[in-house]
Design a protein around this ligand. Sequence first.
Ligand code: PMP
Length: 400
Amino acid sequence: MNRSDFPILEQSVNGKPLVYFDNAATTQKPQVVIDTLTDYYRTINSNIHRGVHYLSQKATEAFEEARRTVQAFINAPTPQEVIFTRGTTESINLIASSFGKRFLQADDEVLVSEMEHHANIVPWQLACEQSGAHLRVIPFNDAGELELDHLDNLLNERTRIVAVSHVSNTLGTINPIREIIQKAHAKKIPVMIDGAQAISHIPVDVQELDCDFYCFSGHKMYAPMGIGVMFGKAQWLNEMPPYQGGGEMIQRVTFEKTTYNELPFKFEAGTPAVGDVLGLKTAIDYIQQLGMARIAEREQALLNYATEKLSAISGLRIYGTSAEKTSLISFNLNNIHHFDVGFIIDKMGVAVRTGHHCTQPVMDHYHIPGTIRASFAFYNTEAEIDQLAAAIEKAKQMLG
Ligand code: PMP
């Protein structure tokens, strides 16, 4: 579907047409997004918000229009609650640092899950170290599903925030975040969602979810690298201290005291990545033209086809078998090291990811050093999945 919109996919690798199955790490960019970047630098490049001149006003208008596009895309109540960051990692660090300073005290608890990306573990560990709070963990079962029976006990009077992923980047599991949010809210505990792996696959409505924070990266949704979003409810953002100091985030600076700008600027210190923000807007327009429902349907068809094909390979074990999954498959082949399998698959022109996928606790759960992960986007094809299956068979033959 719409494969020809992505020029990078036309090349050959190792003498074979490129098969790109590393979409969970980053998606490829359609020509319209690439054009947006060059158009921006050719026509209106200028620093925003501070200039009265023509270009600065044009760039500012385009930047703020992009913010409203993001607002509508995730159905945020106001554009002021949409903060531009460098990506999910920076969004989570912002929340952990700023929320942590304001709301975490000794012996408080932060609740994450066992399947989190390191980007949703380490920032909270840093916040816990600084405040004396403790990290608590929701476990998952061998199918890769969160064990929510534990939730009622884990959510207690010391819990200050819950931070969980919408979709696991290693297992593909779509977590029941609505249920988690409802249970946490019943105890007046806010919830942050790491949406890095959900945003390009599932329609996200932050008001319907009623999440307090939602984070995602542009580069995993066909937009440029280096741009991301942190949605936060104004009630929290107004109470949280700034994350970084500098230009744009201030109202008035004197050497005695500085007062801070209003939302969203309070959390956007320094010159932002204007061109990349415009690229993100184009990517959202592109996704909406295709239709999220059509994308999801196509990706589920690819997932089903690949699951069937790969399951038929003897000695192949899939990690993450939840009924609710996005389009990725993590696997290992017999006891062969994931790196060796990945190496041969790459030589066959198929790009997959090998390793722990920044989820070492998930590897510890299964007592393995890593997996091979194939992740699909709507532009992939069944023929490419056949090529992957053939490459795995070849690796099996060669590595015994
Ligand atoms: N969380 C999840 C679930 C992810 O998959 C990723 C990216 N691998 C991140 C966070 C971090 O995203 P980024 O590197 O774009 O900041």
